[in-house]
Design a protein around this ligand. Structure first.
Ligand SMILES: *Cc1c(COP(=O)(O)O)cnc(C)c1O
Length: 363
C-alpha cells in the first residue's frame, strides 16, 4: 500500500505528524488554555431549555445571522466592519491561507509562536518563514522582520497579540511599522483578548491590509469551535468564498449566541482568571531558579533552572497535573513550561506541587 500512498499523497503531507493532543484523563488539565469555570446553575438550566427547542433535521443557518448580530453587539463593531465566522480560529487561518496561496506565496510569522500558522502553510503549499523573537524577553526583532518582509514579500502575516506560548504583548508601534511596510495581509490574532486590555480592533479600517482574528475558545467556549475574523467587508467577501457552507453547526450557533447575550458571566470569569494570574505569577517568582515571563493571557510561561524543565513537567504529571512542556518546542524555549491559569483550587495544587519539586523541604 505504501507505493500507492507515495504516489497519491503530497510529500509535505507525508512529512507531517498529525496534531498531538496529550491524554488528560484523570489529570488537572492546565495544558490547553481552557477556562476552568462552568456556567452558574440557573444559566446552565436556561441554556439547556433553549437547546431543547432546536431542530437538527435542518441544516444550520448558513450565514449564522443570529450569532453574528450577538457578536457585533458584544464587540460594539462599527457598521463598516464585518465579521466572518470559522469553526475555531484554526479554520479561519486555513481560509486565509487557502485564499492567499498563490504558487510560492509566503506566510510569515514569528517564533516561538502558534504552531497552526506553519502547519496550515504546509497544507496549502505556502512557504513558511518564521522570524525568531529576541531571546531575552521575546520581543519582536524589528530589523529582522523588516528584512524578512523585504526579502520574502509575504502574502500573509500572522502576529498573535498576546503571543502564544510566550504570553507577552508585542510593541504596538513595531506592529504598525510592519503593517505599513508589508505588501501583504496582516492578521492580528487576538485569541487571548479576554485577558488583556490591548487590542487592534479599533485600528480596523485605518490600514487597508489589517484584519483582527479572535476566538470564543479561550473565554470559555472551547468546545463550541467558534472563531471570527473582523475587518473591512471587501476582504471578508473574498474569504467567504472559500468557507465551507454551514461551517458553524446549529448547536454552536445557538450556544454561542446564548453566551454572548450573557457576556457578564464570562467577563466576571475572565476577571477572576486575571486575578488568579497575578497571584500565580507572584508565587512563581518566589521559587528559586525560576524565571517567570509577564503574561497578558490566561497562561504563564516560566523557565526552570537549566535541565530542570522536563523533570518538573514529569513531576507535576506524577502528581496529577498536566501542563505543557515546551523544552523541545523551540531553541529559545529550553526548560520552558506553559501553565494555564486554572481555578483557585487548581492553582493552589499546582503551586504546592511546584514548591515540592523545586525546593524540596528536606533539601
Ligand atoms: C488557541 C489559539 C488559537 C485557536 O483557537 P481556536 O479558535 O480554538 O481554533 C488561535 N491562535 C492562538 C494564538 C491561540 O493560542
Amino acid at each position: 500500500m505504501q507505493d500507492w500512498i507515495e504516489r497519491c499523497i503530497r510529500p509535505e503531507i507525508r512529512a507531517l505528524t498529525a496534531y498531538q493532543v496529550a491524554d488528560a484523563s484523570g489529570l488537572i488539565k492546565l495544558d490547553a488554555m481552557e477556562n476552568p469555570y462552568t456556567l452558574p446553575p440557573e444559566v446552565h438550566a436556561a441554556w439547556q431549555s433553549q437547546l431543547g427547542a432546536l431542530d437538527f433535521n435542518r441544516y444550520p443557518d448558513p450565514g449564522a445571522q443570529g450569532l453574528k448580530l450577538a457578536l457585533r453587539a458584544a464587540l460594539g463593531l462599527p457598521a463598516d466592519i464585518d465579521v466572518l465566522l470559522g469553526n475555531g480560529s484554526d479554520e479561519i487561518i486555513q481560509l486565509l491561507a487557502l485564499a492567499c496561496a498563490k504558487p510560492d506565496a509566503v506566510l510569515l510569522s514569528v517564533e516561538p509562536g502558534f504552531a497552526m500558522y506553519s502547519i496550515i502553510a504546509s497544507w496549502t503549499q505556502m512557504r513558511y518563514i518564521g522570524v525568531p523573537l529576541l531571546g531575552d524577553d521575546f520581543r519582536l526583532d524589528r530589523q529582522s522582520l523588516l528584512q524578512a518582509i523585504a526579502t520574502h514579500q509575504p502574502a500573509l502575516m500572522f502576529l498573535a497579540y498576546p503571543n502564544n506560548p510566550t504570553g507577552n504583548l508585542f510593541d504596538r508601534q513595531v506592529i504598525i511599522d510592519l503593517i505599513q511596510t508589508t505588501p501583504g495581509l496582516v492578521v492580528i490574532d487576538e485569541a487571548y483578548a479576554p485577558f488583556t486590555d490591548a487590542s487592534f480592533l479599533e485600528e480596523l479600517g485605518r490600514f487597508p491590509n489589517l484584519l483582527v482574528m479572535r476566538t470564543l475558545s479561550k473565554m470559555g467556549l472551547a468546545g463550541l469551535r467558534v472563531g471570527y475574523l473582523a475587518g473591512p467587508r471587501a476582504w471578508l467577501q473574498e474569504l467567504d468564498k472559500v468557507r465551507l457552507p454551514y461551517n458553524i453547526n446549529t448547536l454552536s450557533q445557538a450556544t454561542a449566541t446564548f453566551a454572548l447575550q450573557r457576556q457578564a458571566v464570562f467577563t466576571e470569569q475572565a476577571r477572576r482568571i486575571r486575578f488568579e494570574r497575578s497571584r500565580l505569577v507572584d508565587a512563581l517568582n518566589l521559587l528559586p531558579g525560576v524565571r517567570v515571563y509577564p503574561s497578558e493571557a490566561n497562561f504563564v510561561l516560566m523557565r526552570a533552572a537549566e535541565h530542570q524543565g522536563p523533570e518538573i513537567f514529569a513531576g507535576l504529571k506524577k502528581r496529577g497535573i498536566l501542563i505543557k512542556n515546551l523544552d523541545r518546542a523551540h531553541p529559545l524555549l529550553k526548560d520552558c513550561l506553559r501553565l494555564t491559569i486554572g481555578s483557585e483550587s487548581e492553582n493552589r495544587q499546582l503551586l504546592e506541587a511546584l514548591r515540592d519539586l523545586i525546593a524540596p523541604v528536606n533539601a
